[in-house]
Design a binder for this molecule. Structure first.
Ligand code: ATR
Length: 277
């Protein structure tokens, strides 16, 4: 017998049954033949801190956190990466040897890696990006676009004040555009990103007029159920390069898996199929 410890990780949400992360990490653990487990954990908000302080004592090396815990996890953590601090939320926690909790946010990274993989000719510096939505997902996208050096970001949201607040936080490169004007600004866009929940199964459709889309522009949707949203269908018909949202989920998982299990995993078609199964 050895005292070799099998690393444990997982995802904490409330509810958590919808999360695809167990399938995703489970696929990688199997593919790379690693000892380790990744489990879903449904934790009520009032219990989050106690659970996070206990998990390292039970053999956990870290966890993902999802809705509604992303902001609270950042507050509870003992230290945080710059990108988690800028986004104001954590999605990946690493439990260090000394028992402390390190918070990171890999959503913006996942967004950018997915974009680079799906639209390799897109160049951040080439022109403006239009972003629909000003919620939590938009924060990660803005962090990634600002970091990548996009010269101008046209931000539009149904509730304008939320977009105004993001401009205050994320800076001068953002121009806030009224929601009713959203269709008018996309004709200048090199990149269009939907970060709202519109177009998702069970949600209303995105009703922004899309006839201004320019052939050659890149259009991406964070919604991945359905995989091909009406936004992406319309964009494809207009001659745009389209990038679906599933890849963001897959890519955001890479840094956590590598930290916890010691192998940098690959995002490929097998993984997509496993997660969609
Ligand atoms: P997430 O963390 O997924 O971004 P969120 O913070 O609840 O979730 O943000 C949801 C986004 O979808 C917001 O931009 C929201 O617009 P509001 O800020 O006006 O609420 C947008 N959204 C959701 N339902 C919408 C609808 N029916 N019409 C327009 N925008 C909608």
């Amino acid at each position: 017998m050895t005292d070799h410890k099998i690393p444990l990780a997982g995802v904490i949400g409330h509810p958590v049954g919808h999360s695809r992360s167990p399938k995703l990490h489970g696929h990688w653990l199997k593919t790379y033949g690693l000892d380790g487990h990744y489990v879903p954990m449904d934790v009520a908000p009032a219990d989050l801190e106690t659970v996070l302080r206990t998990l390292p004592k039970a053999g956990f090396v870290g966890t993902n956190v999802t809705v509604p815990h992303k902001e609270a996890a950042l507050r509870i953590a003992d230290h945080a990466s710059d990108r988690a601090t800028v986004i104001g939320a954590a999605n990946t926690l690493v439990f260090r040897e000394d028992g402390s909790i390190h918070a990171d946010n890999t959503d913006g990274y996942g967004f950018m890696e997915n974009l680079r993989a799906g639209a390799p000719d897109w160049n951040a510096k080439d022109g403006p990006a239009v972003v629909f939505g000003a919620g939590g997902a938009a924060r990660a996208v803005l962090q990634a676009l600002a970091d990548a050096g996009v010269p101008e970001i046209l931000l539009t949201n149904r509730t304008r004040t939320r977009a105004d607040h993001l401009k205050e936080e994320f800076g001068q490169r953002i121009t806030v555009v009224d929601w009713v004007q959203a269709g008018n600004v996309i004709e200048n866009a090199e990149l269009v990103v939907n970060t709202t929940s519109l177009g998702m199964q069970g949600q209303p459709e995105l009703r922004v007029p899309l006839d201004g889309l320019q052939p050659g522009a890149v259009v991406t949707d964070l919604v991945y159920a359905p995989l091909k949203t009406n936004l992406l269908k319309t964009a494809e018909e207009a001659g745009c390069t389209v990038v679906d949202g599933l890849g963001m989920l897959l890519h955001q998982a890479v840094p956590g898996f590598e930290r916890w299990f010691g192998v940098r995993p690959e995002v490929n078609d097998d993984l997509r199929a496993a997660v969609l199964a």
